[in-house]
Each structure stands twice: as C-alpha cells, then as structure tokens.
Design a protein around this ligand. Structure first.
Ligand code: B12
Length: 226
C-alpha cells in the first residue's frame, strides 16, 4: 500500500495525523481523521497515516521511550478510528457474498488491528467474513473449518513466534484430510516467504489489500497463490 503521494487527503492533514498518532493524542487524531474524511480521504489513506504513526510508536517502544500502556493506548485510538461512523459507511460491501473467509489472529497473539482492517477490506470486496477473534489455536481453526467450510482461512500473525502456531494449523488440516479443500493466507509482521515454505500455507501478504486481492483471485479465477 503506497498512497501517500497522489492522495485526496492533503499532505499537511496526512502529516498531522501521523504526528498526533505518534504522540498518542487521542482527541486530536479523531478530530483530524474526521476532517480528512470530509476532505475526501479514503479509508486506505487514513489507515496508512495511522500506521506510520504506529511504526514510530513501535520504535519508541523498542527504545524504551514508550511502555506497554502506550502501545495499548495506540491500539485503542486505532480501534476508535475504525469505528467512526464516517469510516463505517465505506466499510460494508453490497450484494451476494463472493466467498467465505474464516479470519483470526493466531494463538498467543493479541494484536487485532491488522485483522480488523483486513475484515473491512474483505467486506468491502463482498466477502462474507467470520471473525473468530484473537489467540485462536490450530484445533479451534480446524473445528470451525469443518463446521463452516470456508473458502479461505485468513490468519493475522504479528508476533514473530506466530510462525510455529501457523504451521500447527496447516498440520491439523492435513491430518484431518481437508487441507486441499481450503486456501490459507497469512498476513502480519512475522510473515515472510521462507516462513510460508515452513508453514505450508498457500500465500502471505504484507498488507490487507494485497491479501484481499489474492483471496479474490482464488475465488473468481480459481487462480494459484503467488
Ligand atoms: C498496538 C500494539 C500493541 C497492542 C495491540 C492492541 C490491539 N488491539 O491490537 C498491545 C498493547 C496489546 C500490544 C501488546 C504486545 N506487543 Co505490540 N505492538 C503494537 C504496535 C505499536 C502496533 C501494532 C498495530 O496494530 N499496527 C497497525 C496494524 C494495521 O499493522 P499490522 O498489525 O502490522 O497489520 C498490517 C499488516 O501486518 C497486514 N496484516 C495484519 N494482519 C493481517 C491478516 C491478513 C489475513 C492479511 C492479508 C494482512 C494482515 O495488514 C495490516 C495493514 O496493512 C506494534 C508496533 C508496529 N510498528 O506495528 C507493536 C508490536 C507488534 N508489539 C510488539 C510486542 C513485543 C508486544 C508485546 C510482547 C509487548 C509486551 N512486552 O507485553 C505484547 C504482546 C501481547 C500478545 N501476546 O500479543 C512487537 C512485536 C515484535 C515481534 N515481531 O515479535 C512490536 C512490533 C513492537 C516493537 N517494535 O517491538 N501491542
């Protein structure tokens, strides 16, 4: 996702959102986001600005300048932004669902913001999304897959340790003899190409839009993972 250039949101507003997020200024972020929406900014542009702010927060956390409470506050602000009625309007798709996605954050991982953004993007593309939540184990995913028969299992994995739990999901589906009935896509910080080979999943995506595009390819063209 690279949309900081050529966007409907003006550069000053974009940078102000990044700055306010960086400083964890809740009211200011919400005010600026509302202003940006009135200016014609898209959901993707707002997400990008906030994500840039979060990247700074992540670095400050690594340097010891921010603590876990700051990470929590940053997460809460992002959730509030995603819940803004003005953003929700552009969240929902319309018409018959084109496919069913089972979505979750992997075992031991409590990060759910990337997952929520994926959900909005998938809904906008007319997918039915069943969100299992956070800290979901391979056995839980297996049980829901048997019950709900999704076309795609989409997993968010933000912590580096997530890779081994994702492998467990693949192994559980193989053991149950249903691995070939569903595609698995993983997104998040801990994902990279080598990890995909190790886990046995079908695809990974660095951002949600790339991920949704891959899901659409699987559904509409019966295409292979990249
Ligand atoms: C907010 C935050 C938290 C909040 C989460 C709140 C919430 N509701 O999610 C809280 C306070 C709970 C938290 C806790 C911890 N956190 Co934290 N957190 C962050 C922070 C600042 C932002 C994460 C975020 O939401 N980013 C914004 C979203 C939009 O980005 P994203 O999640 O990466 O999602 C994008 C892509 O990855 C992708 N994507 C994500 N999911 C999916 C799914 C699919 C299917 C697809 C296709 C794509 C996709 O698309 C998204 C949009 O493009 C990051 C720093 C950072 N720079 O990201 C650290 C960070 C992720 N946390 C970190 C750590 C270490 C922790 C803790 C261990 C801290 C501690 N000592 O307790 C705990 C772990 C708790 C646990 N068991 O999970 C590290 C992880 C290091 C690692 N790689 O393992 C980071 C990177 C900070 C750092 N630099 O050290 N954290």
């Amino acid at each position: 996702m690279n949309i900081s250039t050529n966007h409907a949101m003006n550069t000053t507003t974009f940078e102000s959102i990044v700055e306010a997020m960086k400083k964890i200024e809740e009211k200011k972020v919400l005010k600026l986001v509302n202003y940006a929406i009135r200016e014609g900014a898209s959901q993707a542009q707002i997400v990008e600005a906030i994500q840039l702010g979060l990247d700074h927060i992540g670095h400050y956390f690594e340097e010891g300048r921010y603590g876990v409470t700051d990470l929590m506050m940053a997460g809460i602000i992002f959730e509030e932004v995603l819940k803004l009625p003005s953003l929700k309007l552009i969240n929902e798709g319309s018409g018959e669902p084109i496919g069913r996605i089972l979505l979750c954050t992997i075992e031991r991982d409590l990060h759910d913001i990337g997952k929520s953004i994926f959900k909005s993007a998938a809904l906008m593309s007319n997918f039915e999304v069943i969100d299992l939540g956070i800290n979901i184990t391979a056995q839980e995913i297996l049980a829901e897959t048997i019950k709900l028969k999704p076309d795609v299992i989409a997993i968010s994995s933000i912590l580096a340790e997530g890779v081994r739990y994702i492998k467990a999901v693949n192994d559980a589906l193989v053991a149950a003899g249903i691995r070939d009935q569903v595609k698995i896509i993983v997104g998040g910080l801990s994902t990279h190409r080598q990890a995909i080979e190790y886990t046995g999943v079908d695809a990974f995506a660095h951002d949600v839009y790339e991920g949704v595009k891959q899901c659409k390819t699987w559904i509409t063209e019966g295409g292979e993972a990249h």
